[in-house]
Design a binder for this molecule. Sequence first.
Ligand SMILES: C[S@@+](CC[C@H](N)C(=O)[O-])C[C@H]1O[C@@H](n2cnc3c(N)ncnc32)[C@H](O)[C@@H]1O
Length: 193
Amino acid sequence: MRAFLIIGNKAVTKPFNLNDLPGAGRMDILCRCVAQALFISHGIRRDVEVYLLLLGEPEPPKAVLIKGSEVKYMAPDERNIGGILRKALGIEVGKNWKKSSPGVYVAKKSLEELLDELPYKIIYLREDGEDIRNVKLHDCLFVLGDHIGLAEREEKEVLRRAWKVIKVSPLSLQADQCIVIVHYELDRVGTSI
Ligand SMILES: C[S@@+](CC[C@H](N)C(=O)[O-])C[C@H]1O[C@@H](n2cnc3c(N)ncnc32)[C@H](O)[C@@H]1O
C-alpha cells in the first residue's frame, strides 16, 4: 500500500460551497491532492489510501479517508471530489470511521490519533529532507502540508513519529505536485508500496 496524509490547516469541517473551493479553507488543494493520489489514466490506483486532516472551523479536527480499493463514482475533477468531501462533512461523526459514500470515511480524529492508528512508516515530505532517490521506501505514509505547510504543533507531532524526512525536488512545490513525484519515483523502481 501507499498512503498520503494532507494537512488542511484551514480546511473547513462543515459542508461548503462547491462554487468556492478556495474559500472553504483551500479545499481546492485537498481535492487536487486526492485526484493526483488516486487517479491514473482511465483508472484508479487501488493500492492507495488518502487521508485528509481538516483543521478549519467550525468543528476541527476531522479526518477523511478515501480508499482506492473501494472508491466508486469518483471523477478526477476538483468539483466532483469536492462534492464527495462535502457529503462526508455533512454527517455526524465520532471517533470511529463512518462511511459516507463508497470508499469514503469520516471521523473526528486529531493528528496524533490518526498517526498512532496507522500501520505505516511515516515519511514527512519537506523541502530540506533527504533525496527521495537515496531511500528505499516500503509501506509508507507520506505527510504533506497545504499552501501554509505544517504549523509548528503539527510538525512536532509528525517529526516525533517520522521515520524519514524526504524531499522530492530542490524546489518548493505544490502538495499535489509532490504526490505525483512520489508516485513516479515508486512506480519507476517497481515497488507497489
Ligand atoms: C506549497 S508547499 C508549502 C509551502 C509553505 N509555504 C511552507 O513553507 O511549508 C506544500 C507542501 O508540499 C510539500 N513540499 C513542497 N515542496 C517539497 C519538496 N521539494 N520536497 C518535499 N516536499 C515538498 C511539503 O509537505 C509542503 O508542506
